[in-house]
Design a protein. Structure first.
Ligand code: SIN
Length: 495
């Protein structure tokens, strides 16, 4: 080939997509692929190379997407639930058919190892499959009347236009976990994906179009968050706002939604305690810590953030964990044996550097890692001698730092674990049945992993308490977030 490769064509050639049309460099509004006056560049965090551009849309285009979703709502909600289910099922099948391409695209824009990206595509598709089935089960209730001439019927109806704002750490699954139940319920959606990882979202929209999702039912607006977020939170036609991202931004967006009293669900930051008791199976605890702490380079909301280890097994656990961590293969996610990719951007690396520096300056000891490799790659790190005074204890790391705090009693562990405004996920390792139940009940968290570091699945409710969020995603509860309850109170004459 004689043509000079631009930066973007180099990165795109590395993708080796079987279906190159999955890489869409346009937004998707009312069934049309839309360009803007300006563009946003998307880079591969592993190489820094340009992967492509997407339109930098603003308030006017976002309002037109809301208009399209509002128009489409009338007919989409009228479809039989079984008809919506057939379309969603086709979308799921197309995602599975194109799974390898979707995974490669995700790794290129987000950085996670290809094996994890493949897992995320299966996870993402499973939400569409699950909610295609749930579409038929938006049951209501009949309540015994409070008077002999009254009948009380409770029916569930779609809330209307949904605005969804999704993050970069799970560029596909956080979309389908919202859009699957919304569409199944009969709602229409305007989605703003992260500007760092828009290509996974746009590929999903392409497949939704192929599956027969009608124009206006699923819209994607790309661009900088401020203008788009302003419209999505203020427009009265948007009846539901759903967000996954930082606690700071979530609070701000939710507050704006109150002007028009929208339904809101939020999946915000965590600060997960990972408690290992003396009576735990230490090997299993190490396995659990590897899975929970280092998945997605430590960039999940449910990542273990504070490892609380009882004095009797502290040394053994620290040693075994650091051996496993030191052996991790760090590199470009598209390379075969990579176990940990880059962090998402420079700010993310600097945050890990700051927390490691803070911990060591306060007496923490680095057992392995503790430094940047190059670019956005940071060595997976284990620090012992960590204390609650250190920065990582208060602020979610969102990176590959495992800092180990020693505790003495069960009461200490519970007190330390609950000493945070966050309340998303917690993990407990113990072989004592009574303790496992006692501690699970005492933890102020939405989800508890008992002798496991992996808790996420389509069929279980995902969500937090305290400042980690409102509402639940996935599972038999997930569609309730997109349904309004309506009472029909009927007067029935004696006849
Ligand atoms: C998240 O980090 O927000 C989601 C993680 C998951 O679904 O496991």
């Amino acid at each position: 080939m004689s043509a000079v490769l631009t930066d973007a064509s180099f990165e795109q050639a590395r993708l080796k997509l079987t279906a190159p049309e999955l890489l869409r460099q346009a937004a998707y509004i009312d069934g049309k692929w839309v360009q803007g006056r300006a563009t946003i560049a998307v880079h591969n965090p592993a190489s820094g190379g340009l992967l492509g551009t997407v339109p930098a849309l603003g308030a006017a285009e976002t309002a037109s997407a809301v208009e399209a979703a509002h128009r489409a709502f009338g007919s989409w909600r009228q479809l039989a639930a079984s008809a919506r289910a057939v379309i969603l099922r086709r979308w799921f099948e197309l995602m599975m058919t194109h799974g390898e391409d979707l995974a490669r695209l995700m790794t290129a824009e987000q950085g996670k190892p290809l094996s994890e990206a493949r897992g995320e595509i299966t996870y993402a598709a499973s939400f569409i499959e699950w909610f295609a089935e749930e579409a038929r089960r938006a049951y209501g209730d009949i309540i015994p009347g409070h008077l002999t001439d009254k009948r009380l019927l409770v029916i569930k109806q779609p809330v209307g236009v949904v605005a969804a704002v999704t993050p970069w750490n799970f560029p596909a699954a956080m979309i389908t976990r919202k859009v699957g139940p919304a569409l199944a319920a009969g709602c229409t959606v305007v989605l703003k994906p992260s500007e760092l990882t828009p290509f996974s979202a746009l590929a999903l929209a392409h497949l939704a179009e192929q599956a027969g999702v009608p124009a206006g039912v699923f819209n994607i607006v790309t661009g900088e968050p401020t203008d788009i977020g302003q419209v999505l939170t203020a427009d009265p036609r948007v009846r539901k706002f759903t967000f996954t991202g930082s606690t700071r931004v979530g609070k701000m967006l939710a507050a704006r939604c109150m002007d028009t009293v929208k339904r809101v669900s939020l999946e915000l930051g965590g600060n997960a305690p990972f408690i290992v008791f003396d009576d735990a199976d230490v090997d299993a605890a190490v396995e659990g810590a590897m899975a929970s702490k280092f998945r997605n380079t430590g960039q999940t909301c449910v990542c273990a953030n504070r490892l609380l280890v009882q004095a009797g097994v502290y040394g053994r656990f620290a040693e075994a964990l650091s051996q496993r961590v030191a052996a991790m293969v760090v590199g470009d996610g598209l390379a075969g044996d990579t176990q940990q990719g880059p962090l998402i951007n420079e700010a993310a690396v600097q945050k890990v550097e700051r927390q490691v520096q803070d911990a060591t300056s306060r007496g923490g000891r680095v057992l392995t890692g503790g430094e940047r490799i190059c670019g956005l790659f940071y060595k997976p790190t284990v620090i012992t001698g960590a204390t609650p005074e250190m920065e990582f204890f208060r602020e979610e790391t969102f990176g590959p730092l495992a800092a180990l705090v020693k505790f003495d009693t069960e009461a200490d562990a519970v007190r330390l674990a609950n000493d945070t405004n966050a309340g998303l996920a917690a993990y407990v390792f113990t072989r004592d049945l009574s303790r496992s139940l006692r501690v699970s009940e005492a933890l102020e968290y939405g989800m508890v992993g008992l002798n496991t570091g992996l808790i996420s699945t389509t069929v279980a409710p995902f969500g937090g308490v305290k400042e980690s969020g409102i509402g639940r995603e996935g599972s038999m509860y997930g569609m309730d977030e997109y349904l309004d309850i309506k009472l029909v109170c009927a007067q029935v004459d004696a006849g």
